[in-house]
Ligand binder design. Structure first.
Ligand SMILES: [Zn+2]
Length: 255
């Protein structure tokens, strides 16, 4: 009798053990499935990240390319051209020169002005060498020094009328001044035409009245800067000056 009870108990124990084993196996399978799914989601997420970073990367390249484009070279009180900056020049006429890479568009613009009946317009000043600007600058400083000023004072006074060498866009060979280089130009037909059409030839009004605080240069209706058609249009559309546009490109980079 004792034996029978023992055997029955043993059968029950074995039965429960087998049952338990199956249950565990099911749970294991379930776990395996869940972790498989998790892995899948993780891979998908990584893929998603990759897509994003690929887009970011392409974007960075686009903005980096723009920022290093010679057409957008920024020259101002904070950004000096190096002394040894050299460029290939081409003649506008027998006394004036412009960057060789942009002279075609400058000539096309001048031609279009004439074709539109605007004849009383001419390029007064274009490229100026840093050396020329240096001589001009030093001459003026020496004049002040002869009057008894210290070097520091003489330089400060000189800077009121002459740009520090290397800080003028004319040193870059990508800027032109029209006519008498004075405010009467604003009233001319040529100025009106340029306001509407210069961007089609890659030129922008560089020192706008409403951007004086940013450019730190007084409004100059006569001074036009070549940046290329694509940028000229974008800069005007964004209603920015060159400093703002370059900031805008920098802010978009690595963002
Ligand atoms: Zn100028």
């Amino acid at each position: 009798m004792k034996n029978i009870v023992f055997i029955i108990l043993l059968i029950i124990i074995i039965f429960l053990a087998v049952e338990n084993f199956h249950k565990n196996k099911e749970i294991d399978n379930l776990h395996a499935n869940i972790s498989k799914k998790e892995q899948q989601t993780e891979i998908e997420a990584t893929f998603q990240d990759d897509k994003e970073s690929k887009k970011d990367y392409e974007n960075d390249i686009k903005f980096e390319k723009k920022l290093t484009d010679w057409k957008l070279t920024l020259v101002n009180y904070e950004n000096e051209l190096p002394d040894n900056y050299n460029l290939e020049l081409a003649n506008i006429d027998n006394s004036r020169q412009f960057d060789k890479r942009a002279i075609y568009e400058l000539n096309e613009m001048l031609k279009a002005l004439k074709e539109n009946g605007i004849n009383n317009i001419w390029v007064q000043s274009a490229y100026r060498s840093i050396e020329y600007q240096n001589n001009l600058f030093n001459e003026k400083v020496n004049t002040y020094k002869k009057q008894g000023k210290t070097q520091e004072e003489a330089e400060r006074l000189t800077l009121q009328t002459i740009n520090k060498p290397g800080t003028s866009e004319h040193n870059l060979g990508l800027a032109v001044d029209f006519n008498y280089v004075d405010y009467s130009f604003e009233k001319s037909k040529g100025f009106k035409w340029l306001e509407e059409n210069a961007e089609n030839y890659g030129f922008i009004l560089r020192y706008r009245k409403d951007k004086e605080e940013i450019t730190k240069v007084d409004y100059e209706p006569w001074h036009w800067r070549y940046v290329g058609k694509e940028y000229a249009k974008e800069i005007n559309e964004l209603d920015m000056c060159l400093e703002e546009y370059i900031d805008y490109l920098n802010n978009n980079l690595y963002n």
